[in-house]
Design a protein around this ligand. Structure first.
Ligand SMILES: [Fe+2]
Length: 306
């Protein structure tokens, strides 16, 4: 169990538009769903309706791509107000975003840009995480990004930066083991060292996904099945964290829901017998619906998870 007592929700699937009808019509036996915050924040209509219907039956976690926690523009409190309201409406179990910056001077490039990892960026980011967590009234959960370039001004590894950030800002961590694998390939480090260095008691969720290997580099495309090496990393991470809320991301070339769900369920082989039998998450988790951030309400947008 993590230090925040965020529950192990079991094995979830990213909520995607192409699956809306199937989910509403079939009510699949999924433990939980992760919804992309920005796709539901600014408009009503069918996406918002669907999310609220899904939230009536399944635990929901909100996952953002626009917070720009590492950026230098002032924090966007209008965005944060909408995010908090949405979290309350769907009783989000927690709220996550990425260790990255997404623009400057008011421009959002809709991409998760890598950061320099040094003392100055650590101080800057930790302070912003503390402000966001205070505003949201729940510890922000920060995800490790995938990256393709590194800064010459970095003085520490990404895993040391993340560990220090978590300690200094008291945030949770969303460990994306596919991102670790992608970055380890692109930058030439040992992904096992990364997994072993993460403060396990701060990991409240894990991401799994597929990618495209081009030989000289990997692109984090989320358009395929999870490769064996990433499953092994996941097993290694579970060995440190114990059973932890796990989610499969599939954002391009998305197959039908049963295919995505079956891929996600492969994670059960790495989880303890006790967790599987307890049926964490899903429609059996009325007890999880209580105290969370106070809250109420967000649309379809051009965002994809990473
Ligand atoms: Fe991810």
């Amino acid at each position: 169990m993590n230090r925040f007592n965020f529950p192990d929700l079991g094995i979830g699937v990213g909520l995607r538009t192409v699956h809306f009808s199937h989910i509403l019509g079939s009510q699949p036996d999924v433990d939980w769903f992760e919804a992309l915050s920005e796709n539901y924040m600014d408009t009503g209509g069918r996406p918002r309706y669907v999310l609220e219907k899904v939230a009536e039956q399944y635990p929901i976690v909100l996952h953002g791509v626009s917070l720009s926690i590492g950026g230098t523009d002032p924090l966007d409190f209008d965005y944060l107000r909408k995010l908090k309201s949405l979290a309350r409406t769907v009783n989000a179990r927690w709220i996550s975003d990425h260790l990255c910056w997404t623009g400057v001077s008011g421009r959002n490039v809709h991409d998760l840009l890598p950061m320099p990892y040094n003392a100055e960026s650590l101080r800057h980011t930790a302070e912003r995480v503390r402000v966001v967590s205070d505003f949201l009234e729940t510890p922000l959960v920060v995800e490790n990004p995938s990256s393709y370039v590194e800064f010459a001004t970095s003085t520490m590894t990404e895993w040391d930066f993340l560990a220090a950030l978590a300690e200094q800002s008291d945030c949770g961590l969303l460990l994306d083991v596919n991102n670790i694998y992608v970055s380890s390939f692109n930058h030439g480090f040992d992904p096992n060292v990364y997994v072993d260095a993460i403060p396990a008691d701060r990991v409240v969720q894990v991401h799994l996904a597929g990618h495209q290997n081009h030989g000289t580099h990997i692109i984090d495309t989320h358009n395929d099945f999870v490769i064996d090496e990433v499953w092994k990393l996941y097993g290694r991470a579970c060995g440190r964290t114990g059973d932890v809320s796990t989610l499969l991301e599939w954002d391009a070339d998305i197959p039908d829901f049963p295919t995505v769900h079956a891929e996600a369920r492969k994670a059960s082989a790495f989880r303890s017998e006790g967790s599987r039998e307890s049926g964490a998450g899903g429609r059996k988790t009325a007890d999880l619906r209580s105290p969370t951030p106070d809250s109420r309400p967000y649309s379809e947008g051009p965002y994809a998870a990473v």
